[in-house]
Ligand binder design. Structure first.
Ligand code: AP5
Length: 215
């Protein structure tokens, strides 16, 4: 099974949901750039304060900040068990930097899973999403409610609606994704690593398709 994986796709396509399923089933470590950035913002550090401004507006955080944060992961992560990168890379310059890092560790990306999803589905999912600010686990008020209303099933924290999950900010994130993704998709298609998955399917079908792409 391929174990060095990138999860690509618009906001709400289900990258975080799939990552949780793959982590549970195959023990693949999940690395979410969005989660790391939200933690940095919560820390209130000078960088975190800058990050927060981009997150709230739904804009991409500057590459230099993201690359520094992700270099922390790359420097310290044991890569032997593989990994799933969710939300990173998000721009061609990030994809190229990642390839250079992984080449140095002789651990190149094996597959890039592109979760294809339209804006209508994305808006329905994101405006109903609840997230755990502590562990990053996600729920949905209708399709995936927590066992106890308002509480994370893992027992860590009260669930919140992310500040960038409003309809207007989600529309903006979707537009930015559509613009930024194309060059990266071409980049990975040329490398022969791209697998496109229909992300509008129910979670079980989408998971099955994902497992097929990993094998
Ligand atoms: P990030 O945290 O990466 O957010 P995102 O990519 O916008 O993706 P989401 O977390 O919103 O959605 P998802 O695809 O994980 O869907 P989920 O599984 O939760 O980034 C946030 C921000 O950080 C960015 O806007 C940017 O500012 C910044 N950032 C991050 N990385 C960056 C980078 N590399 N460079 C620059 N800036 C960066 O599912 C959504 C909902 O749908 C859930 O409620 C779920 O329960 C439900 N759901 C999922 N699948 C299904 C299904 N099949 N059927 C029904 N419901 C479903």
């Amino acid at each position: 099974m391929k174990r060095r994986v990138i999860l690509l796709g618009p906001p709400g396509s289900g990258k975080g949901t799939i990552a949780a399923q793959l982590q549970q089933r195959f023990g693949l470590p999940h690395v979410s750039s969005g989660h790391l950035l939200r933690k940095e913002a919560e820390s209130g550090s000078p960088v975190g304060k800058r990050v927060q401004m981009f997150l709230e507006k739904g804009e991409l955080v500057p590459d230099a900040i993201v690359l520094e944060l992700m270099a922390g992961w790359w420097n310290s992560a044991p890569l032997e068990n593989g990994f799933m990168l969710d939300g990173f890379p998000r721009a061609l310059v990030q994809a190229q930097a990642l390839d250079d890092w992984l080449l140095a560790k002789r651990a190149p990306i094996e597959v890039v899973l592109l979760y294809d999803c339209n804006l209508e589905v994305v808006l329905d999912r994101i405006t109903g999403r609840l997230s755990c600010p502590s562990c990053g686990r996600v729920y949905h008020i209708r399709s995936l409610p927590p066992k106890v209303a308002g509480r994370c099933d893992a027992g860590c924290a009260a669930l919140i609606q992310r500040s960038d999950d409003s309809e207007s900010v989600t529309r903006k994130r979707f537009e930015i994704y559509a613009r930024q993704a194309e060059p990266m998709v071409t980049y990975y298609r040329h490398q022969g690593k791209l697998a496109v998955i229909d992300a509008t399917k129910p979670p079980a079908d989408r998971f099955e398709e994902t497992v097929r792409a990993l094998n």
